[in-house]
Design a protein around this ligand. Structure first.
Ligand code: FES
Ligand code: FE2
Length: 442
């Protein structure tokens, strides 16, 4: 363990809730997934007060870049103006309330012009032109009015916003989750998949799913050969902040299955790193350490310079950071994913599910394997669709395969509360932290 790992461990120890004192046992009742009244409370007390990802820094690389991010009933507008500053605003024209920018992203923008009466704004949000400026009894808006600005910060490859003026800074909000994320040095990573699906379930059905790995053996049998989903070997860390981390071993088969020889899928990964899988007959559980050593040895020469910043376990393992309330960052040595359900503007029984995949630049890389197959190594265009009409990635499709049936089941008079395993404690924890926000404890 090097010094940086030691200091992160100290932060983890300070922020981590210790077993036994974690959960109150608040019921996870069905109405939380379909009641409009409850969804309104979540909007007023949770989503409008917490940090949310608005896009990527790469989208805003140059002055003149404009992006929008829909969340619930809002659209957030994020710009980089000529002064180089990245700012976020509500995407609404102060004249009569028309939505100002319709597109997901634009570049080379000099002015933003409202489609209704042509009020014109510079990218710092200031009104620069209106027709009949002398005909405003309350005063000429030019130079005097601007879009309503909200908090905006960047971390690694991601741009974040917060609608609450009184919120802590992003780093303060994320706590040790920010330090863990920063170890991967994602600033230059490229978003190779940018997918959004409209799904007929409440946002928490999807996020609950990412808060446990108990379903892996049922829904994702294909990943068992190279991911160890056994809870006894998995480190679940719940932080006081409401965020949490699940460290799951990779480069080794599931301890829930018995393998006397290395399964094919893992053998392929070992061969990529010049390790002979045959040598591990009868000692299959040793592949993870061997892979770590080999990635450490060969990685830099193969262009994986970011490995220097990662611990041995990070070279093979999956560190799932769940950022309260609705964001999962699945961190791995060779990719990271944003898995994020967002509340629907009006229907608590629907949500938008974002699945973004980022990969680091590696010399000579022009094509990459992504959850949607081979893609060029370049910034992806946005693909949006109705759930079921197209794949949102193989594993995510499997996760969503039960979402609609669960949404229906939660309406049943026969369902009162979840009956959880210990390894699913992060599921109840999410609901309890939501209650903390709604009931004024945070
Ligand atoms: S609503 Fe935007 S110019 Fe009138
Ligand atoms: Fe899953």
């Amino acid at each position: 363990m090097n010094m940086r790992d030691n200091s992160i461990q100290a932060l983890v120890d300070a922020e981590r809730l210790q077993n036994g004192s974690i959960l109150r046992g608040d019921p996870i009742s069905g109405d939380r997934y379909y009641s409009k009244e409850f969804a309104r409370k979540e909007w007023d007390h949770v989503f409008t007060r917490t940090w949310q990802i608005g896009g990527t820094v790469a989208q805003l690389e140059k002055p003149g870049s404009v992006i929008t991010q829909a969340i619930g009933e809002e659209s957030i507008l994020i710009t980089r103006a000529d002064d180089g500053v990245i700012r976020a605003f509500y995407n609404v024209c102060p004249h009569r309330g028309n939505r100002l920018v319709a597109e997901d992203q634009k570049c080379g923008v000099k002015r933003m012009v409202c489609a209704y009466h042509s009020w014109t704004f510079s990218l710092d949000g200031v009104v620069r032109h209106v027709r009949d400026a002398e005909d405003y009894p309350q005063g000429n808006p030019i130079g005097n009015m601007k879009l309503v600005e909200i908090r905006c910060e960047t971390l690694g490859a991601l741009v974040w916003f917060n609608m609450d003026d009184k919120a802590p800074s992003l780093r303060e909000y994320l706590g040790v989750a920010a330090d863990i994320f920063e170890q991967y040095q994602t600033g230059s990573w490229v978003r190779v998949n940018w997918l959004t699906g409209l799904v007929d379930c409440n946002w928490k059905i999807i996020h609950d799913n990412f808060n446990e790995a108990y379903h892996i053996l049922s829904l994702h049998r294909e990943i068992g050969p190279f991911i160890n989903d056994a809870y006894q070997d998995t480190d679940f860390q719940l932080y006081k902040s409401g965020h949490n981390l699940m460290k799951m071993q990779g480069g080794v088969p599931s301890a829930n299955a018995r393998h006397s020889v290395v399964p094919d899928e893992l053998a392929g990964i070992l061969r990529e790193w010049e390790i002979d899988p045959e040598a591990f007959g009868g000692r299959v559980r040793e592949t993870r350490a061997a892979l770590q050593q080999q990635k450490r040895k060969l990685g830099p020469a193969r262009g994986h310079t970011h490995y220097d910043h990662l611990s041995d376990e990070q070279l093979t393992d999956y560190h799932h950071l769940t950022v309260f309330p609705n964001t999962t960052l699945t961190m791995a040595a060779d990719f990271f994913q944003v898995l994020r359900p967002l509340p629907h503007p009006s229907d608590p029984e629907r949500c938008y599910f974002d699945h973004w995949v980022f990969m680091p630049p590696v010399e000579g890389r022009d094509e990459v394997d992504t959850p949607l197959g081979k893609r060029r190594f370049e910034q992806a265009e946005h693909e949006s669709f109705l759930h079921g009409e197209a794949s949102i990635g193989f594993v995510a499709d499997q996760d969503l395969s039960v979402a609609i049936a669960q949404q229906k089941g939660l309406h049943s008079r026969g369902y009162k509360d979840a009956y959880l395993t210990g390894q699913e404690e992060r599921v109840r924890r999410l609901h309890e932290v939501i209650n903390d926000y709604i009931e004024g404890r945070r």
